[in-house]
Design a protein around this ligand. Structure first.
Ligand code: NG1
Ligand code: MG
Length: 512
């Protein structure tokens, strides 16, 4: 599904008919505000959406496929290059947000040579700068090291809730990288290039992220989910849901517990990346023939459990499911310490010094932790990768297709897999939150087939596979049993529960 990022001239090429009226008002208002703020019109708008992950949680950075879809909430950035640099050897970036209260206006004079980002500061423009830096690297590769970036003035409007698990960050970084490329004269921007730039760029803001969000944001297509694969290289293909009766849809439900990865990252997300990378190294050392190195790959720390998996099964005839089932058993037998492993223990299992271990796995991002739960993290990854295959098989194997007399049962089988993912995220990967568990239970009791956290977790958002005719009942239950017991601003409540279908990904809207 590669090809260039589409250039569109009408909003109905981006949004569904239902969303069109609201979006029209929003886009017009962005363009009017741009004119008022900068005194000249915008030349184009770059757009990238948020995403919801249907299944395949916390396995993208272990390089196993996952199944997200793009959604309607998005980041739109109006851009003009009609601004002059102030100082020789620099270009100017003026950046503003329609929500000036939360996201104050900034102006930067940036030297040609380097975009500096202080990842220790929680500063909203870092996401733009990281997209800028990534895009410029690509442009330099193409046009040579002395490429002179264009000055830009931009106004952004984002509707993906920040810290809510719907990937506001990936939407922002992808839209920014796209805006920079277009501002610098690029026309045919390859989706794969943009995705890869966004993945690497987002890591510059301080999180060892996988590539699911950026892929979903860039590649999204109306009407289908996306199977995103990371090995041997990044690819995405559409996955369709069969027609069932009752019809299926997805409810996205906010917990309003925000997980701010900039603050909690060292404790949570980055620690998981370290744990799975260490698990890969220990499994490789213990199970592969002596002297077989863990291959270097696209994992955030340069290695992945998937790399060990490939090493172990080189040349095998076994199916992917059989391989994963075997790895689950092997992990149970090999990584036996339920309480976790100290750095000394991990180092000794791999056969390297503690200093080497720290340099290899703990230097690029700071992590804290006394015990590293290699067994649990590896088990989650292998079981979750297997659930993705089972989910796909249900959707795509003609022998499993639903018939008129078993569609409720069929829907429930899909839902069961989502529920199993939630159990694993809660108990094995330890990335849920009590509020998310509560929401899932309320939704299931009210008729959801399957309910689970989506995105990084530790709060944020949940996704529910529900019968279209059951949406109202589930909404009512969530309002009565969850939201009414908490103080949530009326404005926030508007986006608390969203019924979504798969939407289009990144696009450029050319004005004039
Ligand atoms: P969120 O926090 O929802 O953006 C994060 C990662 C994903 C993936 C999920 C867990 C970033 C940018 N994204 O998603 O790559 O690993 O957690 O499946 O960190
Ligand atoms: Mg994010």
């Amino acid at each position: 599904m590669s090809g260039p990022v589409p250039s569109v001239t009408a909003l109905h090429d981006i949004y569904t008919t239902q969303a069109l009226a609201d979006q029209g008002v929003r886009w017009n208002s962005l363009l009017e505000k741009f004119q008022a703020h900068y005194g000249s019109p915008a030349q184009f708008v770059a757009r990238s959406p948020g995403r919801v992950n249907i299944i395949g949680e916390h396995i993208d950075y272990s390089l196993y496929p996952c199944l997200p879809m793009a959604i309607t909430p998005d980041v739109i950035i109006a851009v003009s290059t009609d601004v002059a640099p102030a100082v020789d050897g620099t270009y100017k970036i003026k950046i503003a947000n329609v929500d000036q209260q939360r996201f104050p206006t900034r102006e930067f004079d940036i030297p040609y040579s380097e975009v500096e980002i202080d990842a220790t500061k929680h500063e909203w423009t870092n996401y733009f700068k990281s997209g800028l830096r990534g895009a410029l690297e690509l442009l330099r590769k193409k046009h040579g090291a002395d490429f002179k970036p264009s000055s830009m003035q931009v106004l952004m409007d984002g509707t993906v809730p920040a810290g809510g698990g719907l990937s506001s960050s990936a939407a922002f970084v992808s839209a920014s990288a796209l805006a920079v490329m277009v501002a610098n004269g690029e026309s045919d921007i390859d989706k794969k290039d943009l995705t890869e730039v966004a993945i690497v760029s987002e890591r510059a803001v301080g999180v060892n992220s996988g590539g699911m969000d950026q892929s979903a944001s860039v590649f999204g297509e109306r009407g289908s989910a996306l199977l995103v694969s990371f090995a041997p290289s990044l690819s995405a293909r559409p996955v369709f849901f069969p027609k069932t009766n009752p019809e299926l849809c997805f409810m996205i439900v906010q917990s309003f517990v925000t997980s701010n990865k900039q603050v909690t990252g060292p404790i949570h997300y980055n620690l998981r990346v370290v744990e799975v990378s260490m698990a890969a190294a220990v499994l490789n050392a213990k199970l592969c023939p002596a002297g077989t190195e863990l291959p270097k790959d696209a994992g955030p720390l340069g290695v992945s459990i998937h790399g060990f998996h490939d090493n172990y099964f080189k040349g095998t005839q076994k199916s992917m499911s059989e391989q994963l089932e075997e790895l689950i058993e092997l992990t149970k037998r090999t990584l036996t310490q339920e309480q976790g492993y100290t750095v000394e223990e991990v180092a000794s299992h791999i056969g390297i010094s503690v200093d080497d271990l720290k340099a290899r796995f703990m230097s690029s991002f700071p992590v804290r932790g006394e015990y590293f739960k290699l067994r649990q993290r590896a088990l989650h990854v292998f079981t979750e990768a297997l659930r993705v295959i089972r989910f796909l098989t249900l959707l795509e194997d003609p022998a499993q297709a639903p018939s008129s007399d078993n569609t409720v049962e069929y829907n429930q089988r899909l839902g069961d897999l989502l529920n199993e993912t939630q159990d694993s995220c809660r108990d094995v990967y330890e990335c849920s939150a009590p509020e998310i568990d509560e929401i899932c239970q309320i939704a299931r009791d009210a008729g959801s087939y399957g309910s689970r956290l989506t995105g990084a977790g530790w709060g944020g958002c949940s996704v529910h596979l529900v019968p279209a005719d059951g949406v109202d009942q589930i909404k009512a239950a969530l309002i009565e049993k969850y939201y009414s017991k908490r103080q949530i601003a009326e404005k926030d409540m508007e986006g608390a529960i969203v019924v979504s279908r798969p939407m289009n990904g990144s696009a450029v809207f050319k004005l004039n």
